[in-house]
Design a protein around this ligand. Structure first.
Ligand SMILES: [Zn+2]
Length: 443
């Protein structure tokens, strides 16, 4: 399998080198069909006869991958295709389902030139097999089976919710519940640093170097696994109970810019910012958003991405915008009307009302914040915003004339089912004391 993956990498790199060469000579880029013809030549030549040992379809798929890399580059979705490196994303793909036999009851799969292979089932394979990818990570081999099947149009359940992302709280929901962060990298940082130091002392490519390298890779894969598991759990929990999720359009790349500056103009707080950057990058916000997006789509729900400006500085009660509204990182106190609350929850409420506004701008009816829900079902989170949180404020009646937040507060109150005050908590929500004082938001 390692040899097959290596052959695919070789074909990909050879084709990429050829395309680059042709470009420099001013010649036209070769198409997929022409590359396939060349592949047959390579397989038949004495120099690279070993390519003939690998199955031909995965090799052609490598050429298709290159075609797609070029297409993504031309469409400005990605950078220029890079050469593949040994040991990084080693994989090969069988595109022809006719050549693949899947025997789920006995946990085995038949692949061309590999024969029957035993595997461990992570989940049931539903639908008809379309293609199979074999990949290697950290010394383990994985098989991914892509299938196709008809699914009924799902009916979303639950109401709308706003989600505010932060450092001390990974995600805060507009109903007041929140998820504590995992910080998988932080937990393993010391061990990783030691392993990396040990690696740097070894003679490159010696046996001890290989062992040390494997150790470093193992720690990295544990960090990645823990993070992935956490993100999947949180995103599933949120998607299960909400039809519409509003989230800020955070530019992680801008937020995690280095503070180091240049040699002429060194930046301030470099260490603090670098620590913050590590935390931001460790959280996997973008991956979280991606998961929310497709999981909501599976359930017939929708993800709404709202502009992030001032979400943590706007009063959800009267709409007053000011940095003075945030006396500390964790607390929110409106300088105008005295509305008080947790800053992250306030941020989430603002995100929610912005998302609702965007829906209204699209011409959707959000009267009960129940877009996409079955008619007749009680709106779940319309009571979201200020309705339950506003009680501590001086001014209980929000002004009708001001910004959207106020209108929302009003709406929330009207729709609150009688006899129920507090906010609904998710079943899997982890509640823990948020530590104030530390940096927990960057706007
Ligand atoms: Zn206010």
């Amino acid at each position: 399998m390692r040899r097959f993956a290596g052959s695919c990498r070789f074909v990909y790199n050879k084709a990429l080198a050829l395309q680059k060469e042709r470009y420099e000579c001013g010649e036209k880029k070769l198409g997929y069909a022409e590359l396939c013809k060349l592949l047959t030549e390579w397989r038949n030549s004495t120099e690279t006869a070993w390519l003939g040992d690998a199955p031909v379809h995965p090799l052609q798929q490598a050429l298709q991958d290159l075609e797609r890399a070029y297409a993504n580059f031309f469409a400005k979705r990605a950078g220029f295709p890079k050469f593949k490196k040994k040991g990084r994303h080693d994989s090969f793909r069988y595109p022809d389902p006719k050549q693949i036999k899947l025997d789920q009851t006995n946990s085995r799969i038949f692949l061309p030139k590999l024969g029957w292979l035993r595997y461990r089932n992570s989940r049931k394979v539903l639908g008809t097999v379309k293609n199979v990818t074999v990949s290697q990570s950290c010394g383990k081999w994985f098989v991914s089976i892509q299938t196709e099947r008809e699914v009924e149009q799902p009916i979303p359940t639950g109401g709308a919710v706003g989600v505010d992302m932060g450092i001390t709280r990974f995600a805060t929901l507009s109903d007041g519940s929140f998820y504590a962060p995992l910080n998988s990298f932080k937990r393993h940082e010391a061990r990783l640093r030691k392993a990396q130091q040990a690696l740097s002392r070894k003679v490159k490519f010696s046996n001890n170097w290989k062992k040390a390298k494997a150790r470093v890779q193992r720690i990295y894969s544990r960090i990645a696994n823990a993070r992935r598991d956490f993100l999947h759990k949180v995103s599933t929990a949120i998607c299960k109970s909400h039809a519409i999720v509003c989230i800020e359009d955070l530019q992680v790349r801008n937020m995690s810019k280095s503070a180091a500056g240049t040699a002429d103009a060194p930046g301030k707080n470099v260490r603090a910012k670098s620590g913050l950057n590590k935390s931001i990058l460790d959280q996997g916000w973008y991956e979280f958003r991606r998961q929310l997006d497709y999981k909501l789509a599976w359930k017939g729900g929708r993800l709404i991405v709202v502009p992030p400006q001032n979400t943590s500085r706007t009063c959800p009660c009267c709409g007053y915008v000011s940095a003075d509204n945030r006396p500390t990182q964790a607390r929110f106190k409106c300088a105008e009307c005295g509305f008080e609350g947790n800053a992250d929850v306030v941020g989430a409420i603002n995100i929610l009302s912005r998302g609702m506004q965007m829906l209204r701008d699209e011409g959707q009816d959000t009267t009960d914040a129940a877009v996409g829900m079955r008619v007749g079902e009680p709106p779940v989170s319309a009571r979201m915003a200020c309705g339950s949180n506003c009680t501590g404020g001086r001014k209980q009646e929000p002004a009708e004339t001001t910004a959207q937040g106020a209108i929302h507060a009003q709406r929330g109150r009207n729709l609150r089912p009688s006899g129920r005050g507090g906010c609904q908590r998710l079943p899997h929500t982890r509640i823990s004391a948020g530590n104030s004082g530390a940096i927990n938001r960057v706007d």
